[in-house]
Design a protein around this ligand. Sequence first.
Ligand code: RB5
Length: 146
Amino acid sequence: MIAIACDHGGLDIKNAIIKSLEEKGIEYKDFGTYTSDSVDYPEYAYKAAKAVAEGECEKGIICCGTGIGVCIVANKVKGIRAATVTNEFCAEMTRRHNDSNVICMGGRVIDEATAVKLTDIFLSTPFDGDRHTKRVDMIKEIESKE
Ligand code: RB5
């Protein structure tokens, strides 16, 4: 189960991603927003990030205008490693090296086809483990002390 959310700035790419998930038979839970009315992105990003942190969803995809605001919010939630991605290399590497469980994208930065492509890469790329396990564990250790 994939958590997905957006604000008005990320609505179009979120809808394109949802269409693609449906075509591929991937289950998702949509935490809104559902219209182009202006809303406050922290509300939606927090809901999706919580669903991932609590295990209701395995990974999350959160969109806003830049992909930055929602990423800041998601990373406030314990257990979330969120990354804003704008290209295929970063979508792949944040899985392989950071074991990211949320990606964030901006509807004013990338087009719909790119958002779908980056989602596919994020969902299909495994964590490399090895030396990266130690580094991700260091992130968890820092988080536990904060
Ligand atoms: C909304 O105008 C915009 O600020 C939001 O979508 C996002 O880009 C924030 O980081």
